[in-house]
Design a protein around this ligand. Structure first.
Ligand code: 5GP
Length: 203
């Protein structure tokens, strides 16, 4: 039996946030993290290259295929997924620990990962962030000026496939349309608060 700390609660909730690139899910995720006091962001491991926008240990733990595969073999991941030929994984220990302490644990993961997590932790609450329209999504991908047009078209096709996969997965409790970022973030915060209140009522 692990010792219960005075700050521990029974309010633990595993929150999954997914969405295609360009939908604004990272902004929404970080907004939820900032505004819900007991939230903890799950820092994934990845074998993709670090970009200037990434901070090691904050956005990801950047690692090699060799180390990633060793962790996987030791059963240290709750889920893993391949995205654009790179590996991504959610470390299991922090999730178990934070839920035990009653925290809001936030996983920003793709649809494959969400399906795996829901199969293992069925009471996870899952939100999918949608762009307002395909036209807006394409425009947002172009506005980021990160890639050339061929890459943008690839991301656009992948985004549409991800949205279809999400709709067909049966995993998501809610779909939020991100028309205005502040309103969409507030909607995610309100949904999480309502879900925790609802669960307190049935305990
Ligand atoms: P990016 O490389 O652009 O940061 O992330 C690419 C995609 O991988 C995004 O959809 C992101 O949500 C997803 N992702 C990030 N970390 C994980 C993870 O640990 N597991 C899974 N399944 N997907 C992840």
């Amino acid at each position: 039996m692990t010792h219960r700390l005075p700050t521990d609660t029974d309010d633990g909730l595993l929150l999954i946030i997914s969405g295609p690139s360009g939908a604004g899910k990272t902004t929404i995720t970080r907004g939820v993290e900032r505004r819900i006091a007991d939230s903890v962001f799950s820092v994934s491991y990845t074998t993709r290259a670090r970009t200037p926008a990434d901070t090691e240990g904050v956005d990801y733990h950047f690692t090699t295929d060799e180390l990633f595969n060793a962790m996987k073999a030791r059963g240290e991941f709750l889920e893993t997924a391949g995205v654009y030929g790179k590996q991504y994984g959610t470390p299991k220990a922090p999730v178990v620990e934070q839920l035990r302490r009653g925290r809001l644990m936030i996983l920003e993961i793709d649809v494959q990962g969400a399906i795996t997590v829901k199969s293992q932790i069925p009471d996870a609450f899952a939100i999918f962030v949608l762009p307002p329209s395909e036209e807006v999504l394409l425009q947002r991908l172009r506005d980021r000026k990160r890639e050339d047009e061929a890459q943008i078209q690839k991301r656009f096709a992948a985004a549409k496939a991800e949205i279809d996969a999400a709709r067909n997965s049966g995993v998501y409790d809610v779909f939020i349309v991100n028309d205005k970022i502040d309103a969409a973030t507030q909607r995610a915060i309100d949904l999480v608060a309502a879900e925790r209140t609802r669960r307190r009522g049935v305990r």
